[in-house]
Structure formats: C-alpha cells, structure tokens
Design a protein around this ligand. Structure first.
Ligand SMILES: NC(=O)c1ccc[n+]([C@@H]2O[C@H](COP(=O)([O-])OP(=O)(O)OC[C@H]3O[C@@H](n4cnc5c(N)ncnc54)[C@H](OP(=O)(O)O)[C@@H]3O)[C@@H](O)[C@H]2O)c1
Length: 291
C-alpha cells in the first residue's frame, strides 16, 4: 500500500491489518514494519513492487494539498501523474491490480449537475492539483485498463496524528483562538475518512475496473459541514454560533482556483458496496472525535 503514513493511508492500513505491506517515504515514522521509498523517484519502484510479490497495489500516495501543488509543481506531477503512470506500466506487464485514489477536484471548472458528476463525465479541473490528478487517472488507465480509479470527496475525521483532514483544520483553527469563516457557497459530498478506507478495503476484494465515485450521500456546503462537526464534538448550539462564521467566498477575496461544486454521483458505488455511504448527520456520528 503506497502512502501508508497519510491521512487516508493510516486508516486503510489499520483495516487491512497483516494483509497490507505499507510503503512510506524514507523520512516517515509509522509504527510496525514498512518499506521505505521516495515515490517521486521512478527508479527503484519497479524493483520494490516486484520484490514485494504484491498482487494488488492500493495507491494513497499523493501531493494532496492544492496549495502545495501550486507551489511544488514538479513534485505534484511526479506523485500525482507520473507515479500512477508507472504503476499502470507495471500492472499491465505483471498482471497485478492497481486501485488508485483520486479526487472530486478533477472536476470544478463548471458546477456539478443536479445529482452530481457521473463517473463518465469529462474531468475539467481548475487547480494544478486537479490537473495533475486528472493526468494521473488517464496515464494509469491508458496503460492498464484493468485498473480501478476511486474518486473521493473532501474527507474528515480522525487525523491519526497527521494533522490532516477537514475536521482537524476546523479544530486547529479553534485552538488557535480563531473564528473560522466557512463558505455557504462551496459544495461537496464529504465523507468520513474511515468510511473511505472501509470502501477501499472492500474494493480490494473485488475485480472492478474503470472509475468509481465514493462519497457522502449528501451535498452540503462548507458551513453546514463545519457546523455539524462542531455540534457533534461540543454539542453546544450557542457555542457553535459564536465560534463559527458563515460567509460567502467573495467576502474573503479568494483566488478563483476553488471549484464551487464538485459533488459526485454515488449511485454506482451505493449499489456495489456493502460499506454504507452516509449522509452528513450519520457521517459526523461515525467520525466522532474522542472528547
Ligand atoms: N484528504 C482529502 O480530503 C482527500 C479528498 C479527496 C481525495 N483525496 C486523495 O486521497 C489520497 C490520500 O490523500 P490524504 O489526504 O491521505 O493525503 P496525505 O495525508 O497527504 O497522504 C499522502 C501520502 O503520500 C505520501 N507521500 C507524499 N510524498 C511522498 C514521497 N515523495 N514518497 C513517498 N510517499 C510520499 C505521504 O507521506 P508522508 O505521510 O510522509 O507525508 C502520505 O503518506 C490522495 O490521492 C488524495 O488525492 C484526499
């Protein structure tokens, strides 16, 4: 499993248990045995995969922050586009399977249609992150049409020490004494990271190829998400009213590289998976933080 030390990767490694052979970057500190490799380097990757004897690679490694991707375009291309390309070359030749994690942010130049983007809708990203991820999807599928691309939405829940995820960003902001401004005009279908991991673990046992959208069952705006996470954690309406600020994106003068609505249609995944894809109320309950 590539990217085993990340936000999603840590949840997935836990679920897969001894079935998983975690691959982390050389500087990473994660408990238990893991292979180390800098995945920006294609050299050595093939040997690592062959020596591991793996029949399936789940790729959670990425440069997953849009801001960092703008700043480090070379690394973003290496991890988000060249790595899946190399995985596709290896799996096509070896007969192994690849499950590659991608993002709803391959969409965004136009707002999602009612019901959300379908798997067959053409990607149309607005950020370099989205572009690099879209390039990685195509590069992988061109080399290995038997691969599976799983597009995930905004993830929240236990960061497991990584400091990542939508809920962690909210709590960190509150701890810094800030009053987070949350958009009422930016829409996603957020999903607890634990549910995303559970879906991926389930898909590891399926022989599925192509693209699959795995997301929350409800389209919500950022304010609704932040409020639900806050209320689940503190259970105080008055406190939430004081600590969170609803605002429009235009009020913060943000750059235009933030898609308004990248909601995903999950009809296909909901029919395929035993993992239940929750709405917001159920999602925040599942993702509950320890008090
Ligand atoms: N988080 C979200 O809300 C979200 C939403 C939609 C889709 N996704 C997708 O989900 C996947 C996982 O994202 P995430 O949130 O778990 O991101 P993350 O926490 O940043 O994890 C990415 C993983 O890639 C590893 N990595 C980065 N550079 C590396 C390198 N040079 N060599 C080896 N490993 C390297 C990281 O290692 P370190 O831990 O050492 O940094 C980390 O384990 C990505 O494909 C992302 O696009 C995430």
């Amino acid at each position: 499993m590539l990217g085993a030390g990340g936000f999603l990767g840590r949840h997935l490694v836990e679920l897969l248990g001894p079935r998983a052979l975690p691959v982390v970057r050389p500087s990473a500190q994660i408990p238990g045995g893991a292979l180390a490799h800098d995945l920006r380097e294609e050299r050595g990757l093939r040997a690592l995969l062959e020596d591991s004897g793996a029949h399936l690679v789940i790729n959670c490694a990425a440069l997953a922050s849009p801001a960092l991707c703008e700043e480090h375009r070379g690394a973003a291309t290496a991890l988000n586009a060249e790595l899946p390309r190399a995985l596709g070359g290896w799996s096509a030749e070896s007969g192994a399977r690849v499950i590659h994690v991608s993002t709803d942010l391959v969409f965004g130049a136009s707002a999602a249609p009612a019901g959300g983007f379908l798997e067959e809708d053409a990607p149309d990203p607005v950020s370099f992150y989205g572009e690099s991820k879209a390039e990685g999807e195509v590069a992988l599928m061109e080399r290995d049409p038997g691969a599976l691309v799983v597009r995930l939405p905004l993830l929240y829940g236990d960061p497991k020490g990584t400091g990542r995820g939508a809920s962690e960003a909210l709590f960190s902001s509150l701890i810094r004494g800030e009053r987070p401004s949350l958009f009422t005009d930016e829409w996603r279908c957020p999903l607890p990271v634990s549910v995303a991991a559970s879906a991926l673990a389930e898909l590891a046992d399926e022989q599925l190829s192509g693209v699959l959208h795995v997301a929350g069952a409800e389209r919500v705006n950022r304010f609704e998400l932040g409020l639900a996470i806050h209320l689940e954690r503190f259970r105080e309406h008055e406190r939430a009213r004081h600590e969170l600020r609803a605002c429009l994106r235009a009020e913060l003068g943000l750059s235009p590289e933030r898609p308004e609505d990248t909601s995903l249609c999950i009809r296909r995944a909901a029919a395929l998976l035993d993992t239940k894809l929750p709405d917001l109320a159920e999602g925040v309950r599942l993702a509950a933080y320890p008090a």
